[in-house]
Design a protein around this ligand. Structure first.
Ligand code: SAH
Length: 414
């Protein structure tokens, strides 16, 4: 347990902070029984671990979390829900503009270290919640425009500090900031989406690995683009030369464009949403790739039943089949059926790029599901690559829930 050796130190610090007149926060007290569990630096405190009465606390306020003896443990945003506190700091500090400036600066420094700010790559995740020490905050970046998505009331109420932090860290690399939190917060908060700094034409063009995309954060899904598949799209590009590719669940067409860039002879993009297909087609046009591309509005599961063995590569990147643990079994059945269809239909020697972004279906369960589908298909199936989310979606070691995207490249033969 990391906690006990520091108790004395922390206690001294607490006294000092009071003397120097630091901002006082409301306190919540953890129950003795749950403290061991909580003290493992996990960034969430569940309501069941709290002993004190929280009924007088305001949602979104910063609270001081103390152990059962009243000793300082952490600072975090309070929420009247199962996840009662999202921890911002295990040090006794002030949660203010300077705090956000430092955390955002560190997040930008990491992305620079990863080489993600380039002329040919202007799309990246700048802040990935717990992975960047800012639970409840997502910031995506599209060639000068930052899109903020707050998943906690505390973050939503800190938006001005977040904007200042972004301005300070990005300087002339930032032209506008848009907040899109309304869909991620409870309705009672009344969050309104809109520009918090500057403005930008939307859709707005930005490049990923040299491919141009028109990104619409106002009416698109999430912040407008699925950034988490960037490196997996690049990998597809390496396998795609002279291949015929089916991209199921294409949304804005990222995998399709990467395949054409990689030399695919023909790519078919499929999505059940007409709007998604329109976005894909616009991106195909932007890159002058029309001659290699065709699109279909259809249900992926139905479409694949009648496919025949015409494709060399099939991409399966469905939306999360399970958003909650109690839907996990159903989700597994869904992944199995979907992959079984693809395994049965794909040309011998062909590849399937298959993904799951359901956080409740972990890597092992997903792999086992694919193996179960393989057994049922009766074909030879080999796992060639094991895929995951990229480094600008870091996972805090104490917050394994931060890992959500997993994928496999499998080869199917007779
Ligand atoms: N692969 C995409 C992201 C996929 S998001 C990318 O790289 O950007 C999931 C997509 O699946 C959405 O566009 C949604 O419209 C689509 N979808 C959901 N259910 C579907 C179904 N049954 N058949 C086909 N597409 C579906």
């Amino acid at each position: 347990m990391v906690y006990s050796p520091n108790v004395r130190l922390i206690a001294t610090f607490v006294d000092l902070s009071i003397e120097t007149g630091q901002q006082m926060y409301d306190t919540i007290k953890l129950s003795r029984k749950k403290f061991d569990l909580v003290s493992r630096r996990h960034p969430w405190i569940f309501s069941g671990a709290i002993e004190s009465d929280t009924s007088g606390l305001k949602e979104g306020e910063v609270v001081r979390v103390c152990d059962h003896r009243g000793l300082f443990f952490a600072l975090g945003h309070f929420h009247a829900s199962t996840i009662a506190v999202r921890i911002l700091s295990f040090e006794d500090t002030e949660i203010n503009a300077e705090f956000f400036r430092r955390r955002i600066e560190a997040a930008v420094v990491l992305r620079k270290k990863l080489g993600l700010f380039r002329e040919d790559n202007q799309i990246l995740r700048l802040v990935h919640g717990e992975g960047d020490g800012l639970p409840g905050l997502i910031v995506d970046y599209y060639a000068g425009v930052a899109i903020i998505q707050c998943h906690s009331i505390g973050m939503h109420q800190s938006v001005e500090w977040i904007v200042e932090g972004l301005k300070g860290a990005l300087k002339e690399e930032l032209t506008a900031v848009y907040e899109k939190s309304s869909g991620a917060l409870p309705e009672r908060v009344g969050a309104k989406d809109g520009y918090r700094y500057g403005t930008a034409a939307c859709p707005h063009q930005a490049k990923e690995h040299g491919i141009q995309y028109a990104i619409d954060w106002v009416s698109g899904q999430k912040t407008g683009f699925f950034i988490d598949q960037r490196e997996n799209r690049a990998l597809l590009g390496k396998y795609a030369r002279d291949k015929k590719v089916l991209n199921c669940f294409c949304y804005t067409g990222g995998f399709s464009l990467a395949a054409i860039q990689g030399g695919a002879t023909e790519v078919v993009s499929l999505d059940s949403s007409r709007k998604a297909i329109e976005l894909t087609e616009e991106n195909v046009r932007l890159n002058g790739m029309e001659s290699k591309h065709r699109s279909v509005v259809a249900d992926a599961m139905e479409y694949m039943k009648e496919l025949g063995d015409q494709y060399d590569i099939i991409i399966l990147d469905p939306p999360a089949f399970a958003k909650h643990r109690n839907k996990r079994h159903q989700a597994v059945q869904g992944y199995k059926r979907l992959n079984l269809h693809a395994m049965r239909q794909i040309r011998s020697g062909g590849l399937i790029f298959t993904f799951s972004c359901s956080q409740v279906v972990d890597k092992t369960l997903f792999t086992n599901t694919i193996i179960a589908a393989a057994m049922e298909s009766g074909r030879r199936v080999r796992i060639l690559e094991q895929l995951h989310q990229p480094a600008d979606h870091p996972i805090d070691a104490y917050h394994p829930e931060g890992e959500y995207l997993k994928g496999l490249v499998i080869e199917v033969s007779d």
